[in-house]
Structure formats: C-alpha cells, structure tokens
Design a protein around this ligand. Structure first.
Ligand code: FE2
Ligand code: FE2
Length: 195
C-alpha cells in the first residue's frame, strides 16, 4: 500500500466505528442512559485510534509533506481538513466528559453525549468523503516518489513506537466487539473481513 492507501484503509475502520456509535446513541436515547463499557470503548477508539493515531499521521506526516510541495489548489484543503480535525476533537472532548455520568443514568449527560456523538458522526463521514474523493487524490498527485518513501518510513517508525504497539489489531477487535453487540454485519467488501 502507498501512504495514502494506508490512511484510506484506516478510514474504513473509522466508518465502521461511526456506525456502531450511531446504534449506541439510538439505544441510549430510548433508554435515557448509556451502557458504560460500550461508551468507554468508543470514546477510547475515537481518542486513541481516530485522533492520536490516524489524524496525527495526517497532520504530522502527510499534510506537512504536501504543504512543502506548495500545490496550487483553488481550495486550501489542508486548512479545511485540519479545521475538521479540531471540530472532531471538540466533540470527542464532550463525549469523554459526559459518558461516565451518562452511564450512571444522568439524562442530561446522556443527551450531551448523544448530541456530540451525532455531530462527530456527521463530521467524520463528511470528512472521510472529502479526503477519499477529493483531497487525497490531489495530494497523491502533489507528492514525489521521495515523499512517498519518506512517508512509508515515518509510518513504519510510528508502528514500531511502543506507544502504538498493536494499535491496529487492538482497535479492530474493539470495533468487531461493538458490531457484535449492535448486531451489525461488517461490510462484506472490507479487506479486513476476507474479501
Ligand atoms: Fe483527516
Ligand atoms: Fe483521514
């Protein structure tokens, strides 16, 4: 895989997580409370995988390399995508702050969680669409062969970093468990499900 394809593959797992979260908030709105373990799992996924792993790879590795090539685009995609990341982080902070009380049965905190979760879902789906369909093809065009190699090396260094040891397998398992809980059939065309 090239460095863009690695990120697109991660988008598939994040999209699956967004479907789990959509089911979770549907159930929570009916019950007027969250289920602690499921809410904790998704909050952890969003903070550790979607943000600290995936968004950080984009912001610290890919985007600076693209910026250095000074692409002449009509739209500043790097600024736009960075702003999306910040908005996702704001929702994630609200979810992190509200899920415990929501799971203890506080209806206002449950609502706060659900409101921000829905905003995160809408944001991340739009954001992934923009990256996959618009910005990443432009970035791929802007990058040189040296950039591509350097990005693959920096990704490999991150994967070797003990802070991120086993991160992909850990969070794939976490999402599979949530899909099981919410009776979601994983996408059949997903490579991580064998075809
Ligand atoms: Fe992004
Ligand atoms: Fe992304």
């Amino acid at each position: 895989m090239n460095p863009i394809e690695v990120l697109v593959e991660e988008h598939r797992l994040i999209t699956r997580a967004s479907e789990c979260l959509a089911r979770m908030i549907g159930a929570a709105m009916l019950a007027r409370r969250l289920k602690f373990l499921q809410a904790e799992s998704i909050v952890d996924f969003i903070g550790a995988y979607a943000d600290a792993w995936h968004h950080a790879k984009e912001e610290h590795e890919l985007f600076p390399r693209v910026a250095a090539r000074k692409p002449s685009w009509d739209v500043d995609h790097l600024a736009d995508l960075g702003a999306d990341h910040e908005r996702c982080r704001a929702c994630a902070r609200e979810m992190h702050e509200s899920f415990r009380e929501g799971a203890h049965g506080d209806p206002e905190e449950t609502q706060r969680f659900c409101r921000n979760a829905q905003e995160w879902i809408d944001l991340i789906r739009m954001h992934i669409y923009k990256e996959d369909r618009v910005a990443f093809p432009l970035m791929e065009h802007a990058l040189t062969a040296d950039d591509t190699l350097a990005l693959l090396q920096s990704y490999a260094a991150l994967e070797a970093d003990p802070r991120f040891a086993g991160i992909d397998a850990k969070y794939r398992t976490a999402i599979e468990e949530l899909e099981f809980v919410y009776n979601i059939v994983p996408p059949s065309n997903s490579p991580d499900h064998g075809g």
